[in-house]
Ligand binder design. Structure first.
Ligand code: PRP
Length: 218
């Protein structure tokens, strides 16, 4: 059996990802207990997991440093890496939205937008969406806590992920447009699929069956 390296994102998709691989016979449960260790070996299944930031998953997989990984559809679209997206895993559901202060929404009409400034981690997706709508946009790149930007005058609107809506609410922001719906995807390195075909294809089939029978919850 070929040795496999899987890339698992830290954060909210960590636990469901560990469950996914457990169902596939790989035990990385140590990752749920020790948040400083970044690599977990499972000799019994000839596999190991690396725990990385969600933004870095496509990079590890594209370069073959990981054979497969779990990535949000948001990052796949934003980064457009040369990797295979094999399966919608169902968990990690959220949406990429445009949000603004509730006070602004009272007199705002998205149909009349012509020129905007937005802050976001998703510069490519934001630029593309506004371009498609024929709206001139100035995009400010941030790396986290995006919701602060409109509160201190960096911009009026943000493009960010919303899951429960709690972060927007806590900061007095409301959604005005949805850019895309997001779930976690199983992604595979192109080279690995060529060299470890049998093992990877079996895993994908097993994952598909298992999720269809019993969806993985967030
Ligand atoms: C994400 C996202 C929002 C928040 C939304 O941030 O960027 O800020 O979660 O979740 P909610 O709708 O359930 O409140 P994350 O926690 O990844 O941290 P970040 O701000 O550092 O990106």
């Amino acid at each position: 059996m070929s040795q496999l390296t899987v890339a698992i994102p830290r954060g909210r998709n960590l636990r469901p990802s560990v469950e996914l691989f457990k169902r596939l016979g790989m035990d990385f449960s140590g990752a749920l207990e020790d948040n400083r260790k970044l690599i977990f070996e499972d000799p019994a299944s000839r596999s190991r997991a690396i725990i990385v930031r969600d933004t870095d998953i496509p990079v590890y997989v594209e370069n073959g440093a990981a054979d497969l990984g779990v990535s949000g559809k948001d990052q796949l679209e934003e980064q457009d890496k040369s990797i295979y997206e094999m399966l919608d895993l169902g968990f990690g559901a959220c949406r990429l939205v445009i949000a603004e202060p509730a006070s602004l929404k009272e007199h705002d009409d998205p149909r009349r937008w012509t020129h905007l400034r937005v802050a976001t981690k998703f510069t490519n997706l934001a630029t593309q969406w506004f371009r498609d709508q024929g709206i001139h946009v100035e995009v400010i790149k941030l790396y986290g806590s995006i919701e602060i930007a409109p509160l201190v005058g960096l911009c009026e609107r943000i493009v960010d992920l919303v899951s429960t809506g709690n972060t927007l609410k806590a900061n007095g922001l409301v959604e005005v447009e949805t850019i895309m719906n997001v779930t976690a995807r199983l992604v595979v390195c192109r080279g690995s699929l060529k060299t470890k075909t049998a093992r990877i294809n079996t895993l994908i089939k097993d994952a598909e069956k298992s999720i269809a029978k019993n969806p993985i919850k967030d």
